[in-house]
Design a protein around this ligand. Sequence first.
Ligand code: ADP
Ligand code: ZN
Length: 719
Amino acid sequence: MPVLLPLALPAPYDYLVPEGMHVEPGHFVIVPLGPVEYLGVVWPRPEGAPLPKIKREKLREIIEVVNDVPPLPPVSLDFADWVARYTLSSPGMVLRMMMSSGRAFAPPAPRYGVRLAGTAPSRMTLARARVLEAANNGLIWVKSSLAEAAGVSPGVIDGLVDAGTLITEPLPDWHAMPLDLSRQRAKLSPEQAEAARELLVNTSDGFVVSLLDGVTGSGKTEVYFEAIAAALSHGHQALVLMPEIALTSQFIARCEERFGAKPAEWHSGVSAPLRGRVWRAVAENKAKLVVGARSALFLPFPDLGLIVVDEEHDQGYKQEERVAYQARDMAVLRGSLGGCPVVLSSATPSIESLVNAAQGRYRHIRIAERYQATLPDIASIDMRASPPERGRWLSPVLVDAVAETLKRGEQALLFLNRRGYAPVTLCRNCGFRFECPNCSAWLVEHRFRRRLECHHCGKFVPIPETCPNCGAEHSLVPCGPGIERIAEEIAERFPDARRVLLSSDLTPSISDLRETLREIEDREVDIVIGTQLVAKGHHFPGLALVGVVDADLGLAQADPRAAERTFQLMHQVTGRAGREAIPGRGLIQTYMPEHPVIQALVSGDRDAFLEREIAARKDATMPPFGRLAALLVTSSSREGAEGYAREVARAAPQATKIQVLGPAEAPLSVIRGRHRYRLLVKGAREADLQAYLRLWLSAAPKPKGDVRLVVDVDPYSFL
Ligand code: ADP
Ligand code: ZN
């Protein structure tokens, strides 16, 4: 029997099944490999594949079948093989992503909850009364969730246990409130109802991809909730992918409102024991609705009936480490393998998805209007005409707009997609600049944490008193703004406003982040200053003004998607304004107001901009009209990287529809002390890029010493 191990091996290994043992593909088994034992999965032998060449006597036996975990469903096995073939990675590494919860395989530790036993406590307080009311449904509660539901401290619960009012009982292994599909749903607007009707048609019969393309605030979530409800009512599981954990909290709250219970969560902020329980509950078909980051796609759903990819255009769906995959594309693959409909939702769909829709592969559903609100009014601020004062970053036009907004008691958001205080620090005396010793990058000042930090390898040093080069005192000056510097300027200009700074490096935990987002939602904050953490998806009812500090930042990049990406980000962030009764406004600071991206944002003419972008991609046969793969060669020595990259390039086979460009030194030429060289493979749309790459790599010399070669099919980063 072939058994796939979660290791970087090219294929499953064969094992003998001992007398009396019964195994089938998908079963988890323990097998020996060299001197150690591994947990692996019995794998199907591809039809017509030859039996192993090794002699039977040489094969080792499966040690044990792990029976207390459900086997991986056939669709998961299929999916792992496809993903491995598509991304040119080892199937074992894909399996590893599927098994990423070690805890799922340990016997679940018994957990205890509390239940209302009926005897009222002798001393009644307001807090205690709230607990009794919340626990009155006869269910067993996890202590912390009961405290949360009743809005009391955990001590109150303990007090009621001591008083005998609550009794302790073991919790079932998967403890989640059942979803209630009969709840009153939102009353959809006529436009939403039409979109929902189309979506229900598309999602009622197997694999179909729908592109739900609705302006910001149009109620796309309400619309796809209808498709989720339908899938759940047929008893299927449903998965909602989100590009960033920061987005999940509002979604969870809305699920609770709509379905009377929380979905299961799967992302890096979920504790290891809970991940173990979620994994099992998904495998056992007990967790019906799952919301998660891209890795949730690899959960072992036995009966997935719907996949929603929210904010489908988001770059957060691309994983670059280990197995390089694009989760949106893999969601479509998973849907096609499992006969399961897929919904891609966005106000700024990717060009890839729009072209798929235009060519009839996806069904396009549009929502043109906001739900009970109008789209914000967007204007650019020409920084040449109304520049900020020396040493400041906000134009007087933007400052005045913030002041007016505050005067009206409304909220303002200032957005800059750059963490830290200043991107470069230099010595005024000798011109020395702080550079990372391991990377070809400047060190970024982080004033809150009083250090200079590399954004590529994480190295940091305390901010020195004197210049390390010339020894001058008080000579170091920060150059350019990061988000912390904008926060400083805002604090000086609006000292009385309630301000919050949100940046991924300053937000210690997911619960803190959720608390801050709630404060913004409940209007306990006047000015939000943030990076892309606040740019996407959120619904802040009191937010009237969005100011983009530097719209030109993304446009300067040498990246085929730079214009598309900048448009999406700017449109999304300004789309946070005016989502309810208050009219919204977006102000975009730029030195290039005539740039097509800025023009498209200001005029609101998305389609004209996209048409031009699509035409340009077509002319250049860039994705989705052509295909790309990146080969990245790294080594601790420059010669090592360059030399091997050249050897690989020389081994490239001739092909009519495929071109190999490079090698060239990567724009980020060193990261973590490793020199980097890039090759780019460009193929026609119909070219079989994977077959070409496989042929090439099998012919190319193997890397020696510390040289590494990484393949990235459909790359999004060119640095
Ligand atoms: P989108 O995802 O398209 O930006 P959302 O689904 O977040 O929009 O909806 C925006 C806001 O409008 C949310 O607060 C949502 O609850 C509300 N909303 C949308 N449609 C309805 C409806 N039919 N009834 C009540 N509230 C709605
Ligand atoms: Zn570095």
